[in-house]
Ligand binder design. Sequence first.
Ligand SMILES: [Zn+2]
Length: 453
Amino acid sequence: MKRQRWAGRAFALALLATCGPLLAADFQAGVARVEITPPQPFWMSGYAARTHPSEGVYQALWAKALALRDDEGHRAVVVTTDLIGLPRAISDEVAARVNARFGIEREALVLSASHTHCGPAVRKNLAVLYDFNEEDRRRVDAYGIELVDRLVEVAGKALEDLAPASLSVGHGAVGFAVNRREPTPEGVKIGVNPAGPVDHDVPVLKVTAKDGSLKAVLFGYACHNTTLGGDFYQIGGDYAGFAQAELERARPGATALFVMLCGGDQNPNPRGTLDLARQYGQALGAEVGRVLDTALLPVRPPIRTALEVVPLDFAPHTRAAFVEESASPDKFRQRRARLMLAAYDEGRPVRQTPYPVQAIRLGGDLTLLALGGEPVVDYALRVKRELAGENLIVAGYCHDVMCYIPSRRVQREGGYEAVDNMIYYGQPGPFAETVEETIFAAVRRVAERVGLR
Ligand SMILES: [Zn+2]
C-alpha cells in the first residue's frame, strides 16, 4: 500500500519535473541561528563519571530555528539545540514567551535537543549527576537563564526571516547506529547488540528559497550523540554537530538543523574518539546531501498542529524503599533517595510524570511526531507500522527530557533504559507497565487531530 502510493507520487513528480517549474512557493520559511556555547570551563552533561568541568571547545554549539507559514497564516517553529536535553521548566518558559511575543501556540512550537554528551549541564536536567558548589550552581543557573533568552530570540529571528519557499521530503539511511542493549548472563547491559532493533532511516526536509537556492535542511537520525565518552572533556556537538557543519560547509548559505529521533537504546559503533565522531558526522552529512540532490516529494500546505501532555504512571513505590536507598554506598542513589524522601515528606510523592506528544503535519505529505524523553527505537518502529503510508519524522528528546521511555519489551527485559536511568534523572523508579499504551493512545489522538487517521 505504502509502496504503491509513493511510486505514484514519484511518477507525478517525474511528470512535474519534465513539464516546467518544479515547485510552487506555497509556504513561507525562515531560519535563524544563535550560538549557545557555554563560557569556559563549564560542567558537562551526560556521563555520571565526569569529575571536573570542560577543558576547551572542539566545536561551537548552536540553537537553530526553522519557521514555517502556510498560505492561510498557520505557523509552526522547530527549534533544534546542541544540548543534552531541555527540562520542562526551560521549555515551558520559552514557549510562554514565544507565545506572548510572537503569537505562536504551544502546539506549533517544537523544542528539541540533539542529546550531545559533550554539551553543558542544563539546569534541572539530570540534576542527580551533580553535587555543585555554590559557584558551579550560580554558573549553571546563569547559563540556563541565558539559554531561555537565546531560544526565544532564535524563534523570533526565524519568524522575522519568513519568505516564500517550497518544501520537499525524502529519506536516506546510514548504518553507524547499533542497538546497545546487550544481553548477558547478568541481564541486559549497555554494550553492543547487533541482533537488536535499529532504525537507520535519515529523514530529510528540504527548504528551497524562491530563487532556487537551498535555504535549510532539517534531518534526523536515531542514535545517541555519544561517540565521545565520559573521559572526554571538550565541548562540541558529537556526530550531529559534525553532520550539520559538514552540510553547511558543502552548501554555503544553507542552515542545517539536526533532530534527534528515537535513539534511546542506540549508540554509535564503534565509539570513543573525536575522529570517529567526525567520520560519522561526515557520513550522515554526505547522505543528507545525496538525498537533497534526488527527486524529492513535494510537501504542500496546510500546517496542522496538535499537542497533548499525558501523565505516565510510575510503578508503585514506598517511602521505606527510599529510606533504605538513602543508606546506599552509591552517591547517585543517595541523591535520588533524598529527592524522593523530600517529596514524600511534602505529601506529594512522585507517582506520575507529564509526557508531551506532538504532531505537526504539512498537507497530506509529511508528519513530524515530536515525543518527549528518550524513547527507545521501538517507538519509531511502531509509529511507522501504525501510520504506514504517511511520510514520518519520529523525533524524541523534545520539550522535556525527563527520563528514558522504554517500550513494554524493554521493560520486560530490564536494564538501563528501563530501570537504572531513573536514578540519574531523579525519578522514583521504573514506569508502570502501561507506559507504551498510554503514549500510543496519545499518538493516535494527536494524529487524528492533524487529520492523519
Ligand atoms: Zn541518553
